[in-house]
Each structure stands twice: as C-alpha cells, then as structure tokens.
Design a protein around this ligand. Structure first.
Ligand SMILES: NC(=O)c1ccc[n+]([C@@H]2O[C@H](COP(=O)([O-])OP(=O)(O)OC[C@H]3O[C@@H](n4cnc5c(N)ncnc54)[C@H](O)[C@@H]3O)[C@@H](O)[C@H]2O)c1
Length: 313
C-alpha cells in the first residue's frame, strides 16, 4: 500500500506520523514545493522508526511526482492554513490553484489513486477536484467531518466528565464555523443518549464550542491545528487501505442524497477499498434538515467563488 501526502507541513507530516505509527502501509511519500522540506520531514520521521517500532518506509521529495507513481491513496494538504481571525473560505484564491495543479500531477502518475482532500475551504476544494479530474465520485473524499466529530466527542466528554472513548457522536454539514451540524440528538454515552445527562443549555454550549473548534485553536496557536487533523486523515486512510468499511462523516459529491445536488458536503459514508462505498442517509428531523439546507447554501456560495472558467481550462 503506497500513500502519497502532498504538503509536508504541519498536517501532512502529522498525518504521515500517525500512518507510520499504525504500521499498516508499506510506503508513505511526502511531497512539498519547499526545497528539501519533505525530505527533511521524512528523514526526521524515519529516525523515530526504531524508537516507535514501525516498518512503514517514509520518503520525501521536492515536487518530483515520479516518486509518487502508482500510489493507492493520495492526500492533499498543500496550501496555506488560516491565521487568527481568518475564515477557511478566505483561503480559496491561493488554495484553489494549488489543489488543481497538485491533483493533476498526482493523477498523471497514479491514475487509479483515491484522493483525500484536506486543504481549505475543504468542501469547495473537494468539489474542485471533482470538476477538474475524471475520477469517479467514490474516489474523491473530503476530510472535515471526521475531525469535527472528534472535536464534538472531546467537548461532550468534557461536559459529561467521562473519557472520550465512552462517547459517540457525529458532525455533518459543511466544514466551516457556521456550516457544521453537530448531531446532539443522536450522540450517546455508552449507548445512552447524551440528552439524558446534559441540559439543553449545556448541549448548546457543546455544539457552539465544536463549531468554533478550529478557530479557537487557530487563535491559541497562531496557525491552524495539526495533531487532530493528521489523526483524522490517518483514520480515513486506514479505513480505505485496510478495507475496514468504517463509517465517517466525509465531504462527498451529492446527487440527490439529503435533497442536495452538485456540491460536496459532510455526510456519513462507508469507507473501504473503493473509497466511498456508500453514502448513508440519516433520518434527520425537521430542525436538522433545515440546518443542513442552510449549511449547503453556505457551501454552494463558496463554490460560486471558484473561477469555473479557469477551473475547467
Ligand atoms: N480539512 C480539515 O479538517 C483541515 C484541518 C487542518 C488544516 N486544514 C488545511 O490544510 C492545509 C494545510 O495546513 P497546514 O497547517 O499543514 O499548513 P502548512 O503551511 O504547515 O503546510 C502546507 C504545506 O503545503 C506546501 N505547499 C504549498 N503549495 C504547494 C504545492 N503547490 N505543492 C506541494 N506543496 C505545497 C507548503 O510548502 C507547506 O509545507 C491548509 O489549507 C489548512 O487550512 C484542513
């Protein structure tokens, strides 16, 4: 199993680290435009192999896509992250050009790869990859909901004063501060609805803290977070590489599901060796449907900012 990660920055390197530690891939190739940067990150990570006991071979390359040839999975983390006070949507100009050129270079050398898009604004960047490549829709996956759900579970575990492993919960919708739809009604602690333990006010607070989870960290760190994003991506990569058929909320191209069309947005999907094996349609209540609709309008609005003439050229 060969995995390429484009962008050897904070998220890309963290993702490579978690993939290696989980020890399911034979090879990870990190690639970056900064001279020697990916090579340096790869060497540093490889020097942890004997300490951490993994056999995955990590190599780095400065923009030489021939090194990525025949990758099974490619992760796109290249692009600029947000700074404090910025929205993810403000990154669109620079990141659209980067994501477009990077996805074309990946597919030139690995035409059968499954592509996971991480760069922000992620739902729109995922849609851009659909518009600019001929990959089938099951092979293009946006990572956002897996991270947002992990943050939701963290906030729930805080409120419940219990380990995060006791908690299950999911965030669907757009990967933006206003677009996320944390499904508090369906969240559980050991199969018991969290609504049995937490007041509506406390749950509303958890929901709000989840939605601004990325912005909170960006303010504290001066740039966007990387540990949880890298771990979330590594879980998606593992589900595909090991054909786990696990369910994660991911940004997927919708063609009628949830009453939505022609956009990528976070919905539960089953991930296996073919990428998105199935989109799971939840029985949302009216309030959740309305939030999903509003979220989709936000995502479509950001998609409209793409220069489609440039994109299709
Ligand atoms: N989807 C999510 O949940 C999520 C979570 C965190 C971060 N992000 C996004 O991921 C992206 C990366 O974040 P980061 O913190 O790792 O940033 P970073 O600045 O640490 O790393 C980005 C790397 O991309 C490289 N790069 C830029 N253009 C490139 C190109 N054309 N080809 C190859 N490499 C190129 C840069 O040299 C840099 O090393 C940002 O857009 C950020 O907003 C998304």
């Amino acid at each position: 199993m060969k995995i390429t990660i484009v962008g050897a920055g904070a998220v890309g390197a963290s993702c490579a680290e978690y993939i290696a530690i989980k020890n399911f891939a034979s090879e990870v190739v990190l690639i970056d435009i900064k001279e020697d940067y990916a090579e340096g990150k790869a060497m540093d990570l490889m020097q942890t192999a004997s300490l951490l006991g993994f056999d995955t071979r990590i190599t780095g390359s400065t923009n030489d896509y021939s090194k990525t040839a025949d990758s099974d999975i490619a992760v796109i983390t290249s692009g600029i992250p947000r700074k404090p006070g910025m929205t993810r949507e403000e990154l669109i100009g620079i990141n659209a050009d980067i994501v477009k050129s990077v996805s074309s270079s990946i597919l030139e050398h690995s035409p059968n790869a499954i592509v996971i898009v991480v760069s922000n604004p992620m739902d729109t960047m995922t849609y851009l990859v659909h518009k600019t490549t001929n990959l089938p829709k099951n092979k293009i996956i946006g990572m956002g909901g897996a991270l947002d759900s992990a943050r939701f579970k963290y906030r729930l575990s805080e409120a419940l004063d219990c380990p995060a492993s006791d908690v299950d919960g999911m965030v669907i919708g757009g990967h933006s501060d206003t677009g996320m739809v944390p499904l508090a009604r369906l969240a559980t602690r050991n199969s018991v609805p969290v609504t049995e333990f937490l007041s509506q006010d406390r749950l509303d607070q958890v929901t709000e803290d989840t939605k601004v989870g990325g912005a909170t960290l960006t303010k504290m760190l001066g740039t966007s977070a990387w540990y949880a994003p890298g771990a979330a991506v590594s879980s998606l990569v593992q589900a595909i590489a090991c054909d786990q058929k696990k369910m994660f909320p991911c940004s997927a191209l919708l063609e009628g599901e949830y009453g939505l069309n022609d956009l990528c947005i976070g919905v539960p999907v089953i991930l296996g060796k073919n990428g998105i094996e199935k989109i799971v349609e939840l029985d949302l209540n009216e309030a959740e449907k309305a939030k999903m609709k509003e979220s989709s309008q936000g995502v479509s609005g950001t998609n409209d900012l793409l220069d489609l003439k440039k994109v299709s050229g």
